[in-house]
Design a protein around this ligand. Sequence first.
Ligand code: ADP
Length: 486
Amino acid sequence: MSSKIPSRFWNSLSFRLTLWYAGIFTITSLVAFLLFYLLITTLLRERTDQELAGQAEQFSLVLRERGIDAVEAFAVLEAQAAGVKKVFFRLLYPNGEAFSSSSMSYWQDIAIRKKAVEQLLAGDRRVFETILLRARQDQVRVLYALIGPGVILQVGRSMENTARIIGAFRGIFLTTMALLLGVAMGVGWFMARRAVSGVEAVTRTAQIVSGGSLEKRVPVKTRGDEIDQLAMTFNQMLDRIQTLVTEIREMSDNIAHDLKSPITRIRGIAEVTLTTGKNLAEYETMAASAIEECDRLLDMINTMLMISKTEAGVDRPACDKIDLAALVREACELFGTTAEDRGLKMTCTLPDACDLRGDARMIRRLIANLLDNALKYTPSGGAVDVSLAETRQNAILTVRDTGIGISSADLPRIFERFFRGDQSRSQAGIGLGLSLARALARAHGGEITVASRPGEGSVFTVTLPRSGLEFSAAACGELSVAPKRS
Ligand code: ADP
Protein backbone atom coordinates (compact mmCIF):
# COMPACT_ATOMS: atom_id res chain seq x y z
CA MET A 1 0.00 0.00 0.00
CA SER A 2 2.77 2.36 0.95
CA SER A 3 4.46 1.74 -2.39
CA LYS A 4 1.43 3.21 -4.21
CA ILE A 5 1.08 6.31 -2.03
CA PRO A 6 3.95 8.76 -2.51
CA SER A 7 6.27 9.17 0.50
CA ARG A 8 5.34 12.88 0.38
CA PHE A 9 1.96 11.86 1.79
CA TRP A 10 3.43 10.03 4.80
CA ASN A 11 5.75 12.94 5.51
CA SER A 12 3.04 15.54 5.01
CA LEU A 13 2.05 17.80 7.88
CA SER A 14 -1.63 16.90 7.34
CA PHE A 15 -0.92 13.21 7.81
CA ARG A 16 1.22 13.78 10.88
CA LEU A 17 -1.33 16.17 12.42
CA THR A 18 -4.09 13.61 11.81
CA LEU A 19 -1.97 10.91 13.39
CA TRP A 20 -1.29 13.09 16.41
CA TYR A 21 -4.94 13.98 16.72
CA ALA A 22 -6.09 10.36 16.44
CA GLY A 23 -3.27 9.17 18.75
CA ILE A 24 -4.11 11.66 21.49
CA PHE A 25 -7.79 10.86 21.12
CA THR A 26 -7.14 7.12 21.40
CA ILE A 27 -4.89 7.44 24.44
CA THR A 28 -7.37 9.74 26.20
CA SER A 29 -10.26 7.36 25.45
CA LEU A 30 -8.27 4.35 26.63
CA VAL A 31 -7.39 6.03 29.91
CA ALA A 32 -11.06 7.00 30.39
CA PHE A 33 -12.11 3.42 29.57
CA LEU A 34 -9.61 1.94 32.02
CA LEU A 35 -10.79 4.21 34.81
CA PHE A 36 -14.41 3.39 34.04
CA TYR A 37 -13.57 -0.32 33.82
CA LEU A 38 -11.85 -0.24 37.20
CA LEU A 39 -14.81 1.62 38.69
CA ILE A 40 -17.37 -0.86 37.33
CA THR A 41 -15.43 -3.99 38.35
CA THR A 42 -14.85 -2.57 41.84
CA LEU A 43 -18.53 -1.68 42.20
CA LEU A 44 -19.71 -5.09 40.98
CA ARG A 45 -17.27 -6.92 43.26
CA GLU A 46 -18.33 -4.81 46.21
CA ARG A 47 -21.95 -5.61 45.47
CA THR A 48 -21.17 -9.36 45.32
CA ASP A 49 -19.19 -9.08 48.59
CA GLN A 50 -22.12 -7.33 50.25
CA GLU A 51 -24.49 -10.10 49.11
CA LEU A 52 -22.11 -12.78 50.39
CA ALA A 53 -21.74 -10.94 53.70
CA GLY A 54 -25.56 -10.64 53.93
CA GLN A 55 -25.91 -14.37 53.45
CA ALA A 56 -23.30 -15.04 56.15
CA GLU A 57 -25.34 -12.84 58.49
CA GLN A 58 -28.46 -14.87 57.70
CA PHE A 59 -26.63 -18.15 58.39
CA SER A 60 -25.35 -16.75 61.66
CA LEU A 61 -28.91 -15.79 62.65
CA VAL A 62 -30.31 -19.21 61.74
CA LEU A 63 -27.54 -20.91 63.74
CA ARG A 64 -28.14 -18.72 66.72
CA GLU A 65 -31.94 -19.18 66.71
CA ARG A 66 -32.50 -22.65 65.31
CA GLY A 67 -29.28 -24.64 65.72
CA ILE A 68 -26.83 -26.41 63.42
CA ASP A 69 -29.32 -28.80 61.80
CA ALA A 70 -31.43 -25.87 60.62
CA VAL A 71 -28.27 -24.24 59.18
CA GLU A 72 -27.47 -27.39 57.21
CA ALA A 73 -31.02 -27.53 55.80
CA PHE A 74 -30.94 -23.79 55.13
CA ALA A 75 -27.74 -24.18 53.10
CA VAL A 76 -29.35 -26.78 50.82
CA LEU A 77 -32.51 -24.71 50.40
CA GLU A 78 -30.67 -21.46 49.66
CA ALA A 79 -28.47 -23.12 47.05
CA GLN A 80 -31.49 -24.64 45.35
CA ALA A 81 -33.35 -21.35 45.40
CA ALA A 82 -30.48 -19.41 43.83
CA GLY A 83 -29.39 -22.24 41.56
CA VAL A 84 -26.80 -24.87 42.43
CA LYS A 85 -24.59 -23.61 39.61
CA LYS A 86 -24.77 -20.09 40.98
CA VAL A 87 -23.94 -20.52 44.67
CA PHE A 88 -22.68 -23.11 47.08
CA PHE A 89 -22.46 -23.25 50.86
CA ARG A 90 -20.06 -25.38 52.89
CA LEU A 91 -19.94 -25.64 56.67
CA LEU A 92 -16.52 -26.23 58.22
CA TYR A 93 -15.02 -27.11 61.54
CA PRO A 94 -12.36 -24.77 62.87
CA ASN A 95 -9.73 -27.26 61.64
CA GLY A 96 -10.92 -26.57 58.06
CA GLU A 97 -12.72 -29.92 57.62
CA ALA A 98 -16.14 -29.74 55.91
CA PHE A 99 -19.03 -31.36 57.75
CA SER A 100 -21.97 -30.29 55.60
CA SER A 101 -22.64 -28.52 52.27
CA SER A 102 -25.13 -27.78 49.53
CA SER A 103 -24.72 -29.71 46.27
CA MET A 104 -21.02 -29.48 45.36
CA SER A 105 -21.08 -31.54 42.16
CA TYR A 106 -20.62 -28.38 40.08
CA TRP A 107 -18.04 -26.89 42.50
CA GLN A 108 -15.68 -29.86 42.92
CA ASP A 109 -12.66 -27.76 41.98
CA ILE A 110 -13.19 -25.35 44.89
CA ALA A 111 -10.82 -26.28 47.67
CA ILE A 112 -10.85 -25.08 51.27
CA ARG A 113 -8.09 -22.59 51.83
CA LYS A 114 -6.43 -23.35 55.13
CA LYS A 115 -4.91 -19.93 55.35
CA ALA A 116 -8.32 -18.25 55.16
CA VAL A 117 -9.59 -20.45 58.02
CA GLU A 118 -6.52 -19.56 60.10
CA GLN A 119 -7.10 -15.86 59.42
CA LEU A 120 -10.64 -16.22 60.77
CA LEU A 121 -9.42 -18.00 63.86
CA ALA A 122 -6.83 -15.27 64.32
CA GLY A 123 -9.62 -12.72 64.60
CA ASP A 124 -10.57 -11.56 61.08
CA ARG A 125 -14.35 -11.22 60.67
CA ARG A 126 -14.45 -12.15 57.02
CA VAL A 127 -11.98 -13.39 54.43
CA PHE A 128 -12.74 -12.99 50.71
CA GLU A 129 -11.00 -14.60 47.77
CA THR A 130 -11.56 -14.83 44.05
CA ILE A 131 -10.97 -18.16 42.37
CA LEU A 132 -10.51 -18.54 38.65
CA LEU A 133 -11.99 -21.70 37.22
CA ARG A 134 -9.97 -22.02 34.07
CA ALA A 135 -11.81 -25.03 32.69
CA ARG A 136 -15.15 -23.19 32.79
CA GLN A 137 -13.80 -19.72 32.09
CA ASP A 138 -15.59 -18.60 35.20
CA GLN A 139 -14.67 -16.72 38.35
CA VAL A 140 -16.02 -17.45 41.78
CA ARG A 141 -16.05 -15.02 44.68
CA VAL A 142 -15.69 -16.91 47.94
CA LEU A 143 -16.32 -15.73 51.51
CA TYR A 144 -15.14 -17.42 54.69
CA ALA A 145 -17.04 -16.24 57.79
CA LEU A 146 -17.27 -17.45 61.40
CA ILE A 147 -21.06 -17.75 61.88
CA GLY A 148 -21.04 -19.20 65.35
CA PRO A 149 -18.73 -20.80 67.90
CA GLY A 150 -16.79 -23.51 66.07
CA VAL A 151 -18.77 -23.13 62.79
CA ILE A 152 -17.25 -21.58 59.68
CA LEU A 153 -19.28 -20.87 56.57
CA GLN A 154 -17.64 -21.01 53.15
CA VAL A 155 -19.98 -19.46 50.62
CA GLY A 156 -19.17 -19.03 46.91
CA ARG A 157 -20.98 -17.18 44.19
CA SER A 158 -20.37 -17.39 40.46
CA MET A 159 -19.21 -14.11 38.90
CA GLU A 160 -20.69 -15.07 35.56
CA ASN A 161 -23.15 -12.16 35.58
CA THR A 162 -20.43 -9.70 36.42
CA ALA A 163 -18.28 -11.09 33.64
CA ARG A 164 -21.22 -10.79 31.24
CA ILE A 165 -21.76 -7.12 32.18
CA ILE A 166 -18.06 -6.36 31.80
CA GLY A 167 -17.95 -8.29 28.52
CA ALA A 168 -20.88 -6.27 27.20
CA PHE A 169 -19.23 -3.08 28.38
CA ARG A 170 -15.99 -4.06 26.61
CA GLY A 171 -17.91 -4.85 23.41
CA ILE A 172 -19.71 -1.51 23.48
CA PHE A 173 -16.45 0.27 24.22
CA LEU A 174 -14.55 -1.36 21.37
CA THR A 175 -17.31 -0.68 18.85
CA THR A 176 -17.67 2.91 20.02
CA MET A 177 -13.90 3.35 20.01
CA ALA A 178 -13.62 2.04 16.45
CA LEU A 179 -16.38 4.39 15.32
CA LEU A 180 -15.00 7.36 17.22
CA LEU A 181 -11.48 6.66 15.99
CA GLY A 182 -12.81 6.79 12.44
CA VAL A 183 -14.60 10.05 13.20
CA ALA A 184 -11.51 11.43 14.99
CA MET A 185 -9.30 10.63 12.01
CA GLY A 186 -11.84 12.20 9.66
CA VAL A 187 -12.17 15.33 11.79
CA GLY A 188 -8.40 15.42 12.36
CA TRP A 189 -7.76 15.14 8.64
CA PHE A 190 -10.32 17.86 7.88
CA MET A 191 -8.85 20.21 10.49
CA ALA A 192 -5.28 19.49 9.42
CA ARG A 193 -6.18 20.09 5.77
CA ARG A 194 -7.90 23.36 6.73
CA ALA A 195 -4.84 24.53 8.65
CA VAL A 196 -2.35 23.38 6.06
CA SER A 197 -4.22 24.53 2.96
CA GLY A 198 -3.11 28.13 3.68
CA VAL A 199 0.52 27.05 3.91
CA GLU A 200 0.12 25.08 0.68
CA ALA A 201 -1.29 28.16 -1.02
CA VAL A 202 1.83 30.09 0.04
CA THR A 203 4.06 27.25 -1.23
CA ARG A 204 2.21 27.10 -4.56
CA THR A 205 2.51 30.87 -4.99
CA ALA A 206 6.21 30.75 -4.06
CA GLN A 207 6.74 28.07 -6.72
CA ILE A 208 4.94 30.12 -9.37
CA VAL A 209 6.85 33.26 -8.34
CA SER A 210 10.19 31.45 -8.43
CA GLY A 211 9.19 30.39 -11.97
CA GLY A 212 9.22 34.07 -12.92
CA SER A 213 5.60 35.28 -12.44
CA LEU A 214 6.31 38.03 -9.94
CA GLU A 215 2.75 39.37 -10.07
CA LYS A 216 1.21 36.20 -8.53
CA ARG A 217 -0.17 36.67 -4.98
CA VAL A 218 -1.51 34.33 -2.27
CA PRO A 219 -5.30 34.59 -1.94
CA VAL A 220 -6.02 36.02 1.52
CA LYS A 221 -9.14 34.83 3.36
CA THR A 222 -10.86 37.07 5.86
CA ARG A 223 -10.37 34.87 8.92
CA GLY A 224 -7.49 36.99 10.20
CA ASP A 225 -5.73 33.92 11.66
CA GLU A 226 -2.02 33.11 11.60
CA ILE A 227 -2.25 31.66 8.10
CA ASP A 228 -3.84 34.88 6.82
CA GLN A 229 -1.08 36.83 8.55
CA LEU A 230 1.48 34.62 6.81
CA ALA A 231 -0.25 35.12 3.45
CA MET A 232 -0.41 38.90 3.93
CA THR A 233 3.23 39.13 5.04
CA PHE A 234 4.25 36.94 2.11
CA ASN A 235 2.28 39.15 -0.30
CA GLN A 236 3.87 42.27 1.18
CA MET A 237 7.28 40.67 0.70
CA LEU A 238 6.37 39.91 -2.94
CA ASP A 239 5.19 43.51 -3.43
CA ARG A 240 8.52 44.70 -2.10
CA ILE A 241 10.48 42.28 -4.27
CA GLN A 242 8.45 43.26 -7.32
CA THR A 243 9.08 46.95 -6.65
CA LEU A 244 12.78 46.27 -6.19
CA VAL A 245 12.98 44.21 -9.37
CA THR A 246 11.14 46.92 -11.30
CA GLU A 247 13.45 49.55 -9.82
CA ILE A 248 16.50 47.48 -10.68
CA ARG A 249 15.20 46.95 -14.24
CA GLU A 250 14.52 50.66 -14.66
CA MET A 251 17.87 51.49 -13.14
CA SER A 252 19.79 49.16 -15.42
CA ASP A 253 17.89 50.62 -18.39
CA ASN A 254 18.83 54.09 -17.19
CA ILE A 255 22.43 53.11 -16.56
CA ALA A 256 22.68 51.58 -20.03
CA HIS A 257 21.15 54.71 -21.52
CA ASP A 258 23.26 57.13 -19.49
CA LEU A 259 26.46 55.25 -20.20
CA LYS A 260 25.64 54.96 -23.88
CA SER A 261 25.39 58.71 -24.49
CA PRO A 262 28.85 59.75 -23.25
CA ILE A 263 30.51 56.70 -24.80
CA THR A 264 28.82 57.46 -28.14
CA ARG A 265 29.98 61.07 -27.80
CA ILE A 266 33.58 60.00 -27.05
CA ARG A 267 33.50 57.67 -30.02
CA GLY A 268 32.01 60.39 -32.23
CA ILE A 269 34.68 62.91 -31.21
CA ALA A 270 37.42 60.37 -31.87
CA GLU A 271 35.94 59.34 -35.22
CA VAL A 272 35.50 62.90 -36.47
CA THR A 273 39.00 63.85 -35.41
CA LEU A 274 40.46 60.75 -37.05
CA THR A 275 38.71 61.37 -40.33
CA THR A 276 39.00 65.16 -40.48
CA GLY A 277 41.80 66.06 -38.07
CA LYS A 278 44.74 67.66 -39.71
CA ASN A 279 46.99 68.97 -37.03
CA LEU A 280 48.08 68.48 -33.45
CA ALA A 281 45.75 71.20 -32.11
CA GLU A 282 42.70 69.29 -33.32
CA TYR A 283 43.97 66.08 -31.71
CA GLU A 284 44.55 67.98 -28.48
CA THR A 285 40.99 69.30 -28.53
CA MET A 286 39.72 65.76 -29.11
CA ALA A 287 41.73 64.44 -26.19
CA ALA A 288 40.43 67.23 -23.92
CA SER A 289 36.81 66.50 -24.92
CA ALA A 290 37.33 62.77 -24.41
CA ILE A 291 38.79 63.41 -20.97
CA GLU A 292 35.85 65.65 -20.09
CA GLU A 293 33.33 62.98 -21.14
CA CYS A 294 35.30 60.30 -19.28
CA ASP A 295 35.28 62.48 -16.16
CA ARG A 296 31.51 62.79 -16.44
CA LEU A 297 31.24 59.03 -16.78
CA LEU A 298 33.52 58.43 -13.82
CA ASP A 299 31.59 60.95 -11.77
CA MET A 300 28.34 59.14 -12.57
CA ILE A 301 29.78 55.71 -11.76
CA ASN A 302 31.33 56.97 -8.52
CA THR A 303 28.07 58.62 -7.45
CA MET A 304 26.14 55.42 -8.18
CA LEU A 305 28.64 53.41 -6.15
CA MET A 306 28.43 55.90 -3.31
CA ILE A 307 24.63 55.68 -3.22
CA SER A 308 24.67 51.88 -3.24
CA LYS A 309 27.33 51.63 -0.55
CA THR A 310 25.63 54.22 1.64
CA GLU A 311 22.22 52.59 1.28
CA ALA A 312 23.64 49.14 1.96
CA GLY A 313 25.43 50.44 5.06
CA VAL A 314 28.86 49.57 3.60
CA ASP A 315 29.92 53.21 3.61
CA ARG A 316 29.17 54.08 7.22
CA PRO A 317 29.30 57.73 8.18
CA ALA A 318 32.04 58.75 10.55
CA CYS A 319 30.84 59.67 14.00
CA ASP A 320 32.69 62.92 14.46
CA LYS A 321 31.45 65.92 16.35
CA ILE A 322 30.68 68.40 13.58
CA ASP A 323 29.34 71.93 13.45
CA LEU A 324 26.58 71.85 10.87
CA ALA A 325 26.25 75.66 10.92
CA ALA A 326 29.90 75.97 9.89
CA LEU A 327 29.47 73.45 7.07
CA VAL A 328 26.40 75.26 5.71
CA ARG A 329 28.17 78.62 6.01
CA GLU A 330 31.10 77.23 4.03
CA ALA A 331 28.71 75.96 1.32
CA CYS A 332 26.89 79.32 1.19
CA GLU A 333 30.18 81.08 0.60
CA LEU A 334 31.16 78.59 -2.07
CA PHE A 335 27.85 78.73 -3.96
CA GLY A 336 27.38 82.49 -3.31
CA THR A 337 29.66 83.39 -6.22
CA THR A 338 27.80 81.08 -8.64
CA ALA A 339 24.47 82.53 -7.43
CA GLU A 340 25.75 86.03 -8.13
CA ASP A 341 26.97 85.01 -11.58
CA ARG A 342 23.50 83.64 -12.37
CA GLY A 343 21.74 86.74 -11.13
CA LEU A 344 20.22 85.04 -8.07
CA LYS A 345 19.76 86.49 -4.61
CA MET A 346 21.11 84.04 -2.06
CA THR A 347 20.58 84.43 1.70
CA CYS A 348 21.79 82.19 4.51
CA THR A 349 20.24 82.40 7.97
CA LEU A 350 22.34 80.34 10.36
CA PRO A 351 22.90 80.01 14.11
CA ASP A 352 26.44 80.54 15.40
CA ALA A 353 26.92 76.83 15.84
CA CYS A 354 24.90 73.65 15.53
CA ASP A 355 26.69 70.60 16.85
CA LEU A 356 25.84 67.06 15.93
CA ARG A 357 27.60 63.80 15.34
CA GLY A 358 28.16 62.70 11.78
CA ASP A 359 30.40 62.61 8.75
CA ALA A 360 31.50 66.10 7.58
CA ARG A 361 32.43 64.84 4.11
CA MET A 362 29.01 63.29 3.58
CA ILE A 363 27.10 66.24 5.01
CA ARG A 364 29.06 68.65 2.77
CA ARG A 365 28.05 66.56 -0.25
CA LEU A 366 24.41 66.56 0.86
CA ILE A 367 24.31 70.36 1.25
CA ALA A 368 26.15 70.87 -2.03
CA ASN A 369 23.68 68.71 -3.97
CA LEU A 370 20.69 70.68 -2.63
CA LEU A 371 22.30 74.08 -3.26
CA ASP A 372 23.46 73.05 -6.71
CA ASN A 373 19.89 72.04 -7.64
CA ALA A 374 18.40 75.21 -6.17
CA LEU A 375 20.75 77.37 -8.26
CA LYS A 376 20.37 75.18 -11.34
CA TYR A 377 16.59 75.17 -11.36
CA THR A 378 16.02 78.82 -10.44
CA PRO A 379 16.02 81.25 -13.35
CA SER A 380 17.93 84.51 -13.14
CA GLY A 381 16.27 87.09 -10.88
CA GLY A 382 15.03 84.45 -8.46
CA ALA A 383 16.06 83.84 -4.87
CA VAL A 384 17.56 80.98 -2.88
CA ASP A 385 17.21 81.01 0.92
CA VAL A 386 19.18 78.65 3.12
CA SER A 387 18.32 78.43 6.80
CA LEU A 388 19.29 76.22 9.71
CA ALA A 389 17.22 75.75 12.85
CA GLU A 390 17.64 73.39 15.75
CA THR A 391 15.34 71.68 18.21
CA ARG A 392 16.43 69.52 21.16
CA GLN A 393 16.32 66.42 18.99
CA ASN A 394 16.98 67.63 15.45
CA ALA A 395 18.87 70.03 13.26
CA ILE A 396 16.65 71.26 10.42
CA LEU A 397 18.21 72.56 7.23
CA THR A 398 15.90 74.25 4.72
CA VAL A 399 16.81 75.15 1.14
CA ARG A 400 14.10 77.26 -0.44
CA ASP A 401 14.09 78.55 -4.00
CA THR A 402 11.75 80.49 -6.26
CA GLY A 403 12.65 78.33 -9.26
CA ILE A 404 10.75 76.28 -11.79
CA GLY A 405 9.23 74.01 -9.15
CA ILE A 406 8.31 70.36 -9.57
CA SER A 407 5.05 68.98 -10.99
CA SER A 408 2.91 66.83 -8.68
CA ALA A 409 3.48 63.89 -11.05
CA ASP A 410 7.27 64.19 -10.73
CA LEU A 411 7.34 64.97 -7.01
CA PRO A 412 7.13 61.35 -5.74
CA ARG A 413 9.85 60.26 -8.17
CA ILE A 414 12.57 62.88 -7.81
CA PHE A 415 14.52 60.82 -5.24
CA GLU A 416 14.66 57.82 -7.58
CA ARG A 417 17.97 57.09 -9.19
CA PHE A 418 18.37 58.62 -12.66
CA PHE A 419 15.03 60.37 -12.51
CA ARG A 420 15.07 63.76 -14.21
CA GLY A 421 12.08 66.04 -14.56
CA ASP A 422 11.10 66.93 -18.11
CA GLN A 423 11.55 70.62 -17.43
CA SER A 424 15.06 70.13 -16.13
CA ARG A 425 16.42 68.45 -19.25
CA SER A 426 17.87 71.77 -20.39
CA GLN A 427 20.16 71.74 -17.36
CA ALA A 428 23.21 69.55 -16.94
CA GLY A 429 22.72 66.60 -14.63
CA ILE A 430 22.41 62.85 -14.40
CA GLY A 431 19.52 62.43 -11.96
CA LEU A 432 21.58 61.08 -9.07
CA GLY A 433 21.99 64.18 -6.88
CA LEU A 434 18.84 63.78 -4.80
CA SER A 435 19.17 59.97 -4.53
CA LEU A 436 22.60 60.48 -3.02
CA ALA A 437 21.36 63.31 -0.77
CA ARG A 438 18.60 61.09 0.61
CA ALA A 439 20.95 58.11 1.11
CA LEU A 440 23.37 60.37 3.04
CA ALA A 441 20.61 61.87 5.21
CA ARG A 442 19.23 58.43 6.02
CA ALA A 443 22.68 57.05 6.82
CA HIS A 444 22.76 59.73 9.54
CA GLY A 445 19.35 58.63 10.82
CA GLY A 446 17.72 61.64 9.15
CA GLU A 447 15.37 62.31 6.24
CA ILE A 448 14.75 64.72 3.37
CA THR A 449 11.32 65.99 2.42
CA VAL A 450 10.23 68.27 -0.37
CA ALA A 451 7.34 70.63 -1.01
CA SER A 452 7.01 72.28 -4.39
CA ARG A 453 4.66 74.01 -6.81
CA PRO A 454 5.44 74.29 -10.51
CA GLY A 455 6.38 77.85 -11.39
CA GLU A 456 6.57 78.96 -7.75
CA GLY A 457 9.60 77.16 -6.35
CA SER A 458 10.62 74.33 -4.08
CA VAL A 459 11.49 73.78 -0.43
CA PHE A 460 13.81 70.93 0.52
CA THR A 461 13.98 70.16 4.25
CA VAL A 462 16.67 67.98 5.76
CA THR A 463 16.15 66.71 9.30
CA LEU A 464 19.21 65.32 11.07
CA PRO A 465 19.03 63.90 14.59
CA ARG A 466 21.15 65.63 17.21
CA SER A 467 20.60 63.03 19.95
CA GLY A 468 23.82 61.26 18.89
CA LEU A 469 25.68 64.21 20.38
CA GLU A 470 25.22 62.95 23.90
CA PHE A 471 26.21 59.43 22.96
CA SER A 472 29.68 58.03 23.19
CA ALA A 473 31.43 57.41 19.90
CA ALA A 474 30.59 53.70 20.19
CA ALA A 475 26.89 54.29 20.72
CA CYS A 476 26.99 56.68 17.79
CA GLY A 477 27.51 53.65 15.57
CA GLU A 478 23.77 53.17 15.88
CA LEU A 479 23.40 56.10 13.51
CA SER A 480 24.72 54.06 10.70
CA VAL A 481 22.42 51.11 10.94
CA ALA A 482 21.28 49.93 7.53
CA PRO A 483 19.32 52.87 6.20
CA LYS A 484 15.57 52.54 5.84
CA ARG A 485 14.23 52.40 2.34
CA SER A 486 10.89 53.36 0.99
P1 ADP B 1 19.64 66.20 -11.61
O1 ADP B 1 19.60 67.55 -10.97
O2 ADP B 1 20.99 65.79 -12.00
O3 ADP B 1 18.66 66.06 -12.72
P2 ADP B 1 18.71 65.29 -9.07
O4 ADP B 1 18.62 63.92 -8.53
O5 ADP B 1 19.50 66.26 -8.32
O6 ADP B 1 19.19 65.12 -10.56
O7 ADP B 1 17.23 65.84 -9.20
C1 ADP B 1 16.24 65.02 -9.79
C2 ADP B 1 15.18 65.90 -10.43
O8 ADP B 1 14.47 66.63 -9.41
C3 ADP B 1 15.72 66.97 -11.32
O9 ADP B 1 15.93 66.48 -12.61
C4 ADP B 1 14.61 68.01 -11.27
O10 ADP B 1 13.58 67.66 -12.16
C5 ADP B 1 14.08 67.89 -9.88
N1 ADP B 1 14.63 68.91 -8.95
C6 ADP B 1 15.56 68.72 -8.01
N2 ADP B 1 15.79 69.87 -7.34
C7 ADP B 1 14.95 70.79 -7.83
C8 ADP B 1 14.70 72.17 -7.56
N3 ADP B 1 15.35 72.82 -6.61
N4 ADP B 1 13.75 72.77 -8.31
C9 ADP B 1 13.09 72.15 -9.29
N5 ADP B 1 13.29 70.84 -9.59
C10 ADP B 1 14.22 70.17 -8.87
